[in-house]
Every structure is written in C-alpha cells, then in structure tokens.
Design a protein around this ligand. Structure first.
Ligand code: SF4
Length: 339
C-alpha cells in the first residue's frame, strides 16, 4: 500500500508552493500516463497535486501575432476537434487523432501529452536493469529485443523512443512551450523541450523542479493547405508508432517555398533536420526530391539487431507523406494508404 496525499489546487502559486514544500510530490492532469507509471511501480508520489482546476490553460485562443495559444489543460480531444485547430492546424489535429484511443484522448491533457514517458518494455520490467529507471544500471535494449527502438540520436546508455504523436506535429509547426514555476514564466522552443538520452536518459525534458506547462503557442503558419501526418504501426488503432512523419509544405508556382518534416518513433524526441527542409526550397515537390530530403534527414541513422527495417521504412514514409501533403483530400480519416 502506498499512502499519498491528494491536493486540489486552484492557481499556479498554490501549485508550486505545494510542490516545493512537499518532497516526492507530483503534478497530475488527466493522469493517463501517470497512473500507468504508478501501477508499474515506476513512480511513488507522496503527494498528488491535481492541476485540472487551476485558473489558467483551459482554452484555445488567438494570439496578436496571428498564431494560436493552446491551453495545457485542454484535453487532446477538445484540441483536435477545436474549429481553429481543424481549420488552421489540421496537421496537429490529425496527429492527435492518430494517438491513443477516444477514451484516453478525452482524459489526456495537452501538457501531459508532452510529458509522456517511453514505452520501452525494459523500462517497465523491474527484473532487468534500465538506465532510465535506475541510472547507471545498464541498457538491456541495446543487445536485446529492440524492434521498436531508436535509429537516430541514440547513446550507449539508452535507445528508447519518445511516444507522443502530438509532439511530432508540434515539432513540425515549431511550437513554443510556455511554463511557469517558482522562478517565474519562460517559453521554450519545442526543439529544445525534449532531450536526447546522452548519458542522462532519466532526464527527458527541459522542465525544472516545480515548473508547470501552462500553454503551447503555435506560430501563424499552420500549413493548412499542404500537410500530412502518416503513422505506421502494427495495428491501425490504439498502438504506438513504429514510425510517423509530420509534413507541412507551402507551395508557390509549383515549387516549395517552405517545408517542415518531423519524424516520430525514431528517436528520444521528435526528429527534425533543417538541412533536409532547406534542400526542398525552390524545388518541385516530387518523389525524387522527397527521397533526397529523406536521405539528408536520416543521415547518421544506426540500426540495431531488430530495427534495421525502420531506416528503409522511414525513407519510404517521408517520400509517401510528402506526396500525400500535396493532396489535402488524402487527409480524410481512413484515406491513408499503406507504405
Ligand atoms: Fe532503459 Fe532506455 Fe535502455 Fe529502454 S532503451 S532499457 S528505457 S535505458
């Protein structure tokens, strides 16, 4: 039996004070990942601080610069189906709806989605070491069964992948994460929010002690005319990505004027490489150019014993998704072709 205190808080000051004054405390939003981690004996909060009644972060609103601010405590479902998201950021809507299940999306919050932890099976197995669970103990995935594991940005300490679909789209959209904590407010570029494993795989993001994600800012460019999110998984529902691609393009006179490509399921964070996107500028959006962009994006990819297929699969998925981004009608539910 793990005894814990449940604390419902109503503002940031109350939340951070509770957190900083109670060692072993943990924030909770929808709880869809936290409760899993707790049941698997991976976390043992002494105090659960419920943020769902806090007085910020519950809406989606337009920003003066033409972008959008999405509250951290808006559910994934309400975000995906919000008219402003559907119309202006359909890439984000599609990515969210590709994740989890309807029931989970109804509970999960946007802030919590960003903080999901890996589904590496060794992480959950207390009979085996894991550097993420127990720093310095080793990584059995490197020599073990690693079909779902990373091919990019790996280290000798961890080859886990980050599971969020929503974050892959947010990376492509160059979102910002707004946080508030004991030392005030700050905004973190999405690229900087999640970390590669290095020799500290237990540190997964840039949040400091006591900080709370309050909202996510989307820049004005939403790639609403030419976008696609392609998720490849072992079954067509309620499964994490073996690999996913978020693509946004702007086109003028038949050539690419801006491009974003982010990958999920291949690294410890959503994977982008600006060089691959810049390669496409001024070029015709065709199979040959998407293939060359894929080669740049996947430079340095490393296969482990069971996941070498991901490298070829990623090449094909990037090309396929680039072509799908040219056809908005291909974004209708159920219209995604196999790769
Ligand atoms: Fe642990 Fe990372 Fe290795 Fe998985 S890949 S066993 S999470 S250290």
């Amino acid at each position: 039996m793990n005894n814990f205190i449940y604390q419902k808080v109503h503002n940031i000051a109350e939340a951070t004070a509770c957190c900083m004054n109670t060692p072993g405390s943990q924030y909770v939003g929808g709880g869809t990942n936290l409760i899993d981690l707790w049941k698997y004996n991976l976390i043992h909060p002494t105090s659960l601080i419920d943020l769902t009644h806090i007085d910020v972060g519950h809406d989606v609103r337009e920003r003066d610069d033409g972008g959008l601010r999405i509250g951290a405590f808006v559910t994934n479902a309400d975000t995906a189906y919000h008219p402003l998201i559907e119309q202006r950021y359909p890439l984000l809507s599609r990515a969210i709806l590709a994740g989890a299940s309807g029931q989970i999306r109804n509970m999960a919050t946007n802030g919590g989605n960003l903080l999901q932890r890996t589904r590496c099976y060794y992480f959950y197995d207390h009979d085996l070491p894991c550097n993420k669970r127990n720093p310095g103990s080793g990584c059995p995935a490197i020599e073990g069964y690693n079909r779902m594991h990373a091919i990019l940005g790996t280290s000798d300490d961890c080859i886990a992948v980050y599971p969020s679909d929503m974050s892959v789209a947010l990376a492509a959209l160059e979102a910002w994460v707004n946080v508030t904590g004991p030392n005030g407010e700050r905004s973190i570029a999405f690229e900087q929010f999640h970390r590669l494993p290095g020799n500290t795989p237990h540190i997964e993001n840039d949040l400091q002690a006591g900080e709370i994600i309050t909202s996510i800012d989307l820049p004005s460019e939403g790639f609403a005319a030419n976008y696609s999110y392609l998720k490849i998984r072992d079954r067509n529902s309620y499964a994490f990505a073996l690999l996913s691609v978020a693509t946004g393009l702007t086109l003028r006179d038949g050539v690419v004027t801006s491009a974003r490509i982010a990958l999920g399921g291949v690294a410890h964070k959503p994977w982008r490489k600006v060089d691959a996107e810049q390669f496409l500028l001024g070029k015709t959006p065709d199979e040959d150019n998407f293939r060359k962009a894929a080669t740049i994006l996947l430079e340095g990819a490393r296969a482990f014993k069971h996941n070498g297929f991901k490298i070829e699969l990623a090449h094909r998925a990037i090309v396929r998704n680039g072509l799908m981004a040219l056809q908005p009608s291909s974004q209708l539910p159920g219209a995604q072709p196999s790769v």
